[in-house]
Design a protein around this ligand. Structure first.
Ligand SMILES: Cc1cc2nc3c(=O)[nH]c(=O)nc-3n(C[C@H](O)[C@H](O)[C@H](O)COP(=O)(O)O)c2cc1C
Length: 491
């Protein structure tokens, strides 16, 4: 019998996660105890006091070490048995708070590491299934991407990040992505692969497929209908369970100027500017139906009248719901680092990144075409008279409205994203979507008050809108559509 191949060399150890440092200060106590503070992401976390020798030993975690080596280092620094035990306990504390990664290394160097994105996670590993023919597959929610200059595997269903240090680990992950791998194949791939597979199972990044080839997430009545991008966006645009930057951190400050509160003019020729009639707000306040009557009467109307909507109605509608009331200059002393504005509808950060475009299909007093609403001067800018483009946009709306009506007027909303991404991390698109929803409701209530036919739309063609308006989606992202027209005649 040929001799069995030597078992692959492999070890796991702990290492402080990147950006995390441990600081120790003499506590001024007689026993020479040091106070320990962990600094991470601009925050300081006191984690207790320990003997100076233990504190020095913990420095080994910068490079990485396992428990026996940590104990050895503490002894070398002069720690007694109690101080050594305390040092090991502090490693447990660091793990509990998510300040250390666990690394798999072999003879060829580091293979992969797992990094907690939240505190109080268990660094447990799942045993591989007993049956050698059992097949493991990566979760369809897992995502390979670049993070801090490294390839990483993450998932909105997991609070763990796998850092890939060796292409061999990436190969294992890619094999698990498609058909999956049998336990036998994983065993054959060696100890490092086995350990990583155990982590993937424990961290909810992979699972065992059933006889039909499904993971539990594929048949679970809730999870099976979540789409990858939806779940990722839902989890990443709110805090909790991940460590990605989130909130008003002003990533653009000092790098680029914030966009102005109002989009600069889109046309230069006077003949392309259409002044809009204004609403008489005084008589509206006096004569409009009571608020609750409007709320009760509001519904979506997917039919328009024989007589088209009129220019003065379009003007009054936009004036009531979407005009700019005033610009608000930056006021850094109040943490307002960009120009904001006031408008009739509420908007996070008073950013008002939402732009409104009108596709006029049939409106008395306004030619067919595509227009931009200038909320500051309350006027329209004619961008195009392209009949084919008007027809294409109206046709898309007709399909979205279950082929019920070709709207007299289609309002298209876009988001000037840098207004938000200059300020917010992780949540800019989520905030923009919320703003679109707020504006939809302002449109609904205004239209109902005015006796017009409103209907929000959930689907639109980003490429078509971008071409029609002449914008790059990354700069100004189409976000929603809304139909408006005259009320249909009563049957
Ligand atoms: C964000 C949003 C998207 C919508 N998308 C569509 C759509 O694509 N097609 C459609 O016919 N109605 C759409 N509607 C209208 C809804 O179907 C309607 O509001 C819902 O059925 C409730 O009826 P009501 O508005 O008459 O109270 C949408 C409404 C909203 C607020």
């Amino acid at each position: 019998m040929p001799p069995a191949p030597p078992e692959e060399e492999m070890r796991t150890f702990w290492r402080l996660r990147s950006g995390c440092t441990i600081h120790h200060e003499e506590g001024g106590q007689d026993d020479g105890a040091a106070r320990l503070t962990v600094r991470y992401a601009d925050n300081a976390y006191p984690i207790g006091a320990c003997a100076a020798a233990s504190a020095l030993a913990l420095d080994r975690l910068r490079e990485g070490c396992d428990e026996p080596r940590l104990a050895e280092a503490a002894a070398q620094e002069g720690a007694d048995a109690i101080a050594i035990a305390h040092c090991l306990h502090l490693l447990v504390v660091l793990r509990r708070y998510g300040f250390v990664n666990e690394v798999i290394a072999g003879a060829a160097g580091e293979y992969a590491a797992r990094e907690p994105m939240s505190s109080h996670l268990s660094f447990a590993s799942s045993p591989l299934p007993q049956a050698r023919q059992a097949r493991l597959r990566l979760s369809r929610f897992a995502l390979l991407s670049r993070h801090e200059g490294e390839a990483v595997l993450e998932s909105p269903l997991s609070s763990w990040r796998i850092r890939i240090h060796d292409p061999a680990a990436a190969i294992l992950i890619c094999r698990l992505m498609g058909e999956g791998m049998t336990v036998a194949a994983i065993e054959e791939a060696g100890k490092r692969a086995r350990t990583l597979a155990g982590w993937l199972l424990a961290c909810n990044l992979a699972g065992e497929i059933d006889a039909e080839g499904h993971l539990p997430e594929d048949t679970d009545p809730d999870l099976r209908f979540w789409e990858f991008h939806d779940l990722l966006h839902a989890r990443r645009s709110r805090s909790g369970g991940h460590d990605h930057p989130l909130g008003a951190t002003f990533p653009g400050r000092g790098i680029v100027e914030p966009l102005p509160a109002v989009k600069p003019a889109m046309v230069s020729r006077a003949q392309d500017i259409v002044p809009l009639p204004r609403a008489d707000l005084e008589s509206a306040c006096r004569d409009d139906p009571p608020f609750q009557a409007v709320v009760e009467a509001r519904h979506s109307i997917r039919a328009h009248g024989r007589d088209p909507i009129r220019l003065e109605q379009v003007g009054a509608f936009l004036y009531r719901s979407a005009r700019l009331i005033e610009r608000v200059p930056p006021a850094p002393e109040h943490e307002l680092f960009y120009e904001a504005s006031r408008r009739p509808w509420p908007c996070g950060g008073a950013a008002y990144e939402t732009e409104i475009y009108l596709t006029i299909n049939n409106c008395e007093g306004l030619d067919r075409g595509i227009y931009h609403y200038d909320p500051e001067h309350h006027r329209l800018e004619r961008l195009s008279r392209d009949e084919g483009m008007v027809d294409a946009l109206i046709e898309t709306a007709w399909h979205s409205a279950a082929q019920t009506v070709r709207p007299q007027l289609l309002l298209t909303l876009t988001a000037r994203m840098r207004r938000l991404s200059w300020k917010y991390r992780g949540m800019a698109w989520a905030v923009a979507l919320k703003h679109a929803g707020v504006l939809y409701h302002a449109f609904y209530l205004t239209a109902t008050t005015m006796g017009l036919a409103p209907c929000g739309l959930g689907g639109g063609n980003t490429e078509l809108v971008a071409r029609a308006i002449g914008i790059a989606p990354a700069v100004e992202m189409p976000i929603g559509e809304f139909m408006l027209g005259s009320l249909p005649e009563q049957p």
